[in-house]
Design a protein around this ligand. Structure first.
Ligand code: ZN
Length: 255
């Protein structure tokens, strides 16, 4: 697990990167002015851990289009399962708490790419100064919690194939591309299943023409097909987003 994150050099223009993250792009001009001077561009490699359980969270990360981070719970026997997926619609770290609180889960980079990050002290200060910024982050915390709560029900009640379809739709929204660069290991970890079990499901979805699966890559070919066979959980979370945070709701961009 890589934990060392360095700002990239040369530093690209932060202003251009802000539009890549829908949460940042939705900021009111006055709120953006509070945050923008403190944003830092970083490149996140696959497998990077932004923080581990117990680590002090020092930064909030805003993934750019194509970058995806998961909250992963690691069991004592080393097995891991994903609790939430965050991409260009959101942010990772210090969302619910303020100040340098310890992390509960691992935040792992599943799909590499760029992100902007902000020191938690700076975010807290900006929140103190702006009620609209506090409101935006509160609403984002609400939809993030909804995603986690729905996953609890989903993992207990729904078939692996339904969950896999839900997961593919969720990722499709977040990476904003039909080609998803993801290994089978990462996908099986996210769904909390053995790789052989996952391979069987992926073959079935490929036979239906929904996806095309090759080494380390998934191509979404038939999104409506995935929507039909997904459990209700994708829609449930999506509808909540629409009501609570419509300006940032994740949505697929088909190329
Ligand atoms: Zn479900």
């Amino acid at each position: 697990m890589v934990t060392n994150i360095k700002p990239s050099k040369p530093r690209p223009a932060v202003g251009l990167e802000i539009v890549q993250n829908r949460l940042l792009a939705s900021l009111l001009p006055a709120d953006r002015a509070l945050i923008e001077p403190h944003l830092e561009f970083v490149e996140l490699a696959q497998g990077t851990s932004l923080f581990e359980p117990g680590d002090d969270v020092t930064h909030t990360y805003f993934p750019s289009a194509g970058t995806m981070v998961s909250f992963v719970l690691v069991m004592r026997d080393g097995r891991a399962v994903e609790a939430a997926t965050i991409g260009r619609e959101g942010a990772v770290g210090g969302i619910v708490s303020s100040g340098f609180k310890p992390a509960f889960a691992r935040a792992a980079v599943q799909i590499p790419g760029s992100a902007l990050r902000l020191g938690l002290g700076q975010l807290d200060e900006a929140k103190q100064r702006s009620a609209t910024l506090r409101d935006l982050f509160s609403r984002y915390a609400d939809v993030l919690l909804a995603q986690v709560l729905q996953s609890v029900a989903c993992n207990a009640r729904h078939s692996l194939q339904e969950r896999c379809c839900r997961w593919l739709l969720t990722v499709h929204d977040r990476v904003a591309a039909d080609q998803i660069a993801l290994t089978q290991e990462a996908l099986s970890e996210m769904l909390g299943v053995q790789r052989t079990t996952l391979t069987a499901i992926a073959r079935r979805l490929q036979a239906k023409g929904f996806i095309q699966y090759s080494r380390g890559r998934i191509l979404i070919k038939d999104r409506p097909g995935l929507e039909r066979e997904s459990c209700e959980c994708y829609d449930a979370v999506s509808t909540h987003w629409e009501r609570v945070l419509p300006e940032v709701k994740p949505q697929a961009v088909t190329q």
